[in-house]
Ligand binder design. Structure first.
Ligand code: NAD
Length: 708
């Protein structure tokens, strides 16, 4: 007599690969050999009949995937949860499976409307336990599971599938009697792998290699001491036998063409509810409603938000969408974000808030921010909200307040009471004990200014090939035009530069910009000033003669002599006034009252007297000089440019020039419309900028003459 339980099978009479709904089907449409498929299925049926009770369901014509009966639904005691297929191609199967369940006397428990649920393909019980492993991410919806878990009174453990080739849980995960599992770790995200390892003891856990996984070794029927699969390597066979399982191979290559094997071809129809496990098990799955407004479709925000949820292991349901009907009208979307646990939901919402999404409570209303006092000077409460460069509002007593001094990587401090509430960005080190700090993401909203144009621009340069110099010229011409306008209206341009500016011969051009009033502040490190002074004194930069482009004997000491001379005069300004320094960027700064700040680094020689080796002082000076900037030119210094980028709020025009595409991408991709990245030699950039500005001035003079 069979002892291995009861299974439903559906003969492949109408089987074929007729469409593509998973990566296995690609290229296989019309390629299945029906005769061979029937023979392989018969072999599997016979193997099962010798161990278990087999019931046959009549196939329906026009439903070529119906033999994959594992996806029919899920049986638990007298309950049956019928599938809600994700793809229309398979939805016609649902009525046949439900009719079978009714005829079998099973109680129908519907998965929630609007969700996908693909039965035992994604939902697998641990044998003998009220524990449901719940696959999601490709086919079944995460938000289908809390209701199913509650209705069946079982614990649900969500597992996030991240490789489309393993689109159902049963393609990469197989629970074993005695609390074991066979699974392919790479098919799951890191958190799901951790969850499996946490729940299944090492000696019961069989992690398989890619070869076995791609042969669908996990897609196995485990019954009566047998492990029936399409493929099992020698190594896996040995490990299974240590768990008292005998491997039985049933070749099923005709079904592999459609992405299915042994387990896909059966549905377990009898499953006893374990005794003494009837207590309620609340699901860890959590959800939250969020709203987003803006150019959701043309600006791409909707896609980015959905991708972010998906990549972070969450899932979503779009509850409402109102499209802006005109170019200048915003769209509004309301989403339910679902995550496998409260912690992961929190992490997802944090990312969404930074994208401008608003988090609502269960009644779809926004809440006040949660404020906690700093436990000590310079220390924030554990779950403080970390700021972005984007304008940020905080909700206090029902009113939104815009934070001042917006910058990245700060905390939000709320001062004052109802009438005089003020919110300010503060650095961790500046916090005082008892300061009220915004924690979590409730009552926080940001206003990112997003456009793909900045990114497109920098990528265009990277791929521009031989024409790039001309393209650089065109962009530089536009920047020159903007600088001209900023100068006319008395605005501020701040330059951040590295020593490469000097090495590439850019110093005279930058010096001229300072002299002609195009630059209102210079920020850099010791190296920028040292080599600028070196050129002024010796005509070399790091010992290289900039006129001839060749090294000068003993020139490697020039920069040290430059430092020594400045130190002897007490400051760069002192050396300028003494007539020792007579040209260069810093000479022009001193002569034209253009302030500068030099921040120290571990590789500095000297340093020069102005170089701030206390980085807190340096950061404060940088912040002071960048305040109110209209444009920041970041010229070939990754270190100093990133530092400045972090303290600059959105809305300031950023121009990033570097020879390395990766550095330009990092600096220019602030998700804002105001940044332009230029991949080029900084010396060339400054030459072109100087020329464009000079031409602009000549053109203006010519206009003036004509007017006279
Ligand atoms: P960095 O690595 O942060 O930046 C240099 C950048 O220049 C890189 O991103 C690189 O891709 C880019 N670059 C290289 N060649 C280029 C070219 N031809 N055109 C355009 N971009 C080009 O380093 P950094 O800012 O040069 O220096 C880091 C720190 O070291 C600074 O604080 C600096 O002052 C200090 N430093 C001190 C001395 C000194 O005291 N003698 C000398 C050099 C640097």
């Amino acid at each position: 007599m069979a002892t291995g339980g009861s299974f439903l099978l559906c003969p492949p009479r109408f089987y074929g690969v007729e469409y593509v709904i998973n990566p296995w089907m690609e290229g296989n449409v019309g390629r299945a050999d029906l005769g061979r498929a029937v023979a392989q299925w018969d072999h599997l049926r016979r193997e099962l009949e010798s161990r278990a009770t087999v019931e046959i369901l009549d196939p329906a014509s026009g439903q070529p995937d119906m033999p994959f009966v594992a996806n029919a639904g899920l049986v638990w005691g007298d309950a049956f949860v019928p599938a809600r297929f994700r793809f229309a191609e398979r939805q016609g199967e649902e009525e046949h499976f439900t009719a079978w369940a009714r005829q079998s006397g099973l109680r129908i428990v519907e998965a929630p409307e609007g969700t996908s649920f693909e039965g035992e393909g994604d939902a697998l019980f641990q044998p003998g336990e009220a524990l449901l492993w719940a696959g999601y991410g490709v086919r079944s919806s995460l938000h289908a599971y809390p209701a199913i878990g509650e209705a069946l009174d079982v614990e649900v453990v969500p597992l996030h599938l991240i490789d489309e080739r393993f689109y159902h849980l049963d393609t990469c995960f197989c629970p074993l009697p005695g609390g074991g599992v066979v699974y392919y770790p790479e098919a799951f995200d890191r958190e799901s792998q951790d969850e499996i390892r946490r729940r299944v003891p090492a000696d019961r856990r069989i992690e398989i290699q890619t070869g076995d996984a791609l042969g669908f070794a996990c897609n196995a029927i485990v019954t009566d001491g047998a492990y029936i699969a399409n493929h099992v390597s020698g190594d896996l066979r040995a490990r299974l036998s240590r768990l008292d399982l005998e491997t039985v191979i049933c070749p099923l290559d005709q079904f592999m063409l459609a992405g299915g094997a042994a387990k896909c071809l059966v549905l377990q129809t009898e499953r006893a509810v374990p005794e003494g496990q009837a207590e309620a098990r609340p699901s860890n799955i959590r959800d939250r409603v969020v709203e987003l407004t803006g150019h959701l479709l043309d600006g791409g925000l909707m896609n980015r938000v959905l991708d972010c949820i998906d990549n972070a292991g969450g899932s979503f349901e779009i509850e409402g969408f109102r499209a802006g009907l005109r170019h200048d009208q915003d769209s509004v979307a309301r989403l339910r974000v679902v995550a496998p646990s409260a912690e992961r939901l929190g992490a997802i919402l944090e990312q969404l808030v930074d994208m401008g999404v608003r988090v609502m409570d269960d009644a779809a209303v926004e809440r006040d921010a949660r404020l906690s006092p700093s436990p000590a000077d310079g220390v924030a409460p554990d779950d403080f909200y970390a700021t972005t460069i984007f304008p940020t509002d905080v909700r206090v007593a029902g009113t939104w307040h815009r934070a001042s001094e917006q910058r990245m990587d700060a905390v939000l401090v709320v001062r004052g009471d109802n009438g005089s509430t003020a919110v300010r960005c503060r650095l961790l080190r500046d916090l005082e004990q008892g300061d009220l700090v915004v924690c979590g993401i409730e009552g926080v909203r940001t206003h990112p200014v997003r456009s793909s144009s900045a990114r497109e621009e920098s990528f265009a340069f990277m791929t521009a090939g031989v024409s790039s110099e001309r393209r650089v010229e065109l962009v530089v011409e536009r920047i020159a035009w903007e600088m001209e306008r900023i100068r006319e209206r008395g605005g501020r341009v701040v330059v951040v530069g590295g020593p490469v500016v000097i090495h590439t011969g850019g110093a005279p051009y930058l010096a001229r910009l300072v002299q002609r009033g195009y630059v209102q502040a210079i920020l850099g490190g010791n190296g920028l000033a040292v080599h600028d002074v070196e050129v002024s004194l010796f005509g070399t930069s790091l010992g290289v003669d900039l006129e001839r482009g060749a090294g000068v004997r003993g020139g490697h000491r020039h920069h040290l002599r430059a430092i020594n001379l400045v130190r002897a005069h007490g400051s760069i300004a002192g050396a300028v006034q003494a007539g020792v320094i007579r040209s260069g960027i810093f000479y022009e700064c001193v002569q034209n009252d253009v302030p500068f700040a030099l921040a120290g680094s571990i590789r500095d020689d000297g340093p020069l007297p102005e170089t701030r080796m206390d980085l807190r002082v340096a950061q404060a000076e940088y912040a002071e000089l960048t305040r109110g900037a209209d444009m920041i030119l970041m010229l070939s210094s990754m270190l100093h440019s990133i530092g400045v980028g972090n303290m600059t709020p959105a809305g300031v025009r950023l121009i990033c020039v570097d020879i390395s595409p990766a550095v330009v991408t990092k600096l220019a991709d602030r998700g804002s419309v105001e940044s332009t990245g230029i991949v080029t030699d900084v010396g060339l950039f400054l030459t072109l900028l100087d020329r464009s500005l000079a031409e602009g001035v000549r053109a203006a003079d010519a206009d003036g003459d004509a007017a006279c």
